[in-house]
Design a protein around this ligand. Sequence first.
Ligand code: FAD
Length: 337
Amino acid sequence: ITDKLAALPADANYFSLEFFPPKTAMGFSNLRDRLDRMARALRPLFVNVTWGAGGSTATKSLELAEICQRELGLTTCLHLTCTNMSRQLIDKALEDAKALGIRNILALRGDPPRRAEYRAADEPESTEEEEEEFSYAIDLVRYIRKTHGDYFCIGVAAYPEGHADESHPLGQSLEHDLPYLVEKTQAGADFIMTQLFFDIEAYDQFEKRLREHPSRAFKDIPILPGLMPIQGYQMIKRTTKLSHAKMPEALMARLDAAKGDDEKVKAVGVEIISELVEQIKEIKGRTPGPQGFHFYTLNLEKSVSFILERTGLIPPSTPELEEAKLAVPVPPTLQVN
Ligand code: FAD
């Protein structure tokens, strides 16, 4: 990703698309076709593949990452969580990613670590090693750098409205997160991707705080704001509740007015997210280099395509790109256990 960014003009915009591994073979087959279509039509700079907390989707995430990276020739960023995962599982995930030609990892904490007080009475005590090795995302960033040097380009997560961690006395607070985000960045993160948000004021202030932070840790680092296309009225209610992202009243009123008509809600959603993209482009003044956007697609195609078209984010196709696509060989399937 960093190599691709270095090749872009400073005033360019770019985007990534996030996908999660489906549960069934049919789901995989459908998603593969959709990904192929989306890659050709939309030309993302890279795609993200999510990782189930505790490694619950390890095999399927690697399978989807293989489709993206090797079959479709897309620059792929594999998410990797570190809590409730053994070191062996993390080592294996990194080795498997390497074998697939993946050079990008989004290093995440995942669910809060299981500590003694959360453990069910009949569950065995975890070893000291498990307890201590991976408690926060920074432990994973350091571990990847220690074991793989600069082989992987590493991204980390950030939360414009603060990370909602119930275990923390300050609750949801950017104030609380900032020192740790500085540490994650200084430990070797190459880019930052944010939690989804709808409140442009919150993002503006977050980005400003980072860029102007006295540590200078965020002076040059690419920050990709996370945006989720609005797919339905109930869904957006659930999403804002789960992500703790605030929906500004004026935007909610527009969605309320369309409530009851799914197609209308989606259309208003396209308008809202497109406006956010344009507003972010305007505050780009503070950001050195190209401006990225990250879209949580929920594996869906239409809304994100409309948003990208409307905001002019789709890069033009070049003859070289077309040729390169044709030249991507379909490799033999790599068995990932
Ligand atoms: P951390 O950076 O470790 O931060 C977690 C909390 O701990 C924060 O409140 C922080 O302030 C605090 N903290 C950090 N370090 C310390 C310290 N040393 N001492 C005390 N407190 C500390 N989850 C998945 O399971 N799979 C995915 O694929 C996935 N993809 C994601 C993609 C993006 C772009 C984002 C934003 C989130 C994603 N998540 C995913 C969710 C993520 O795993 C959770 O939000 C998780 O609770 C926090 O992860 P983190 O990497 O931000 O954690």
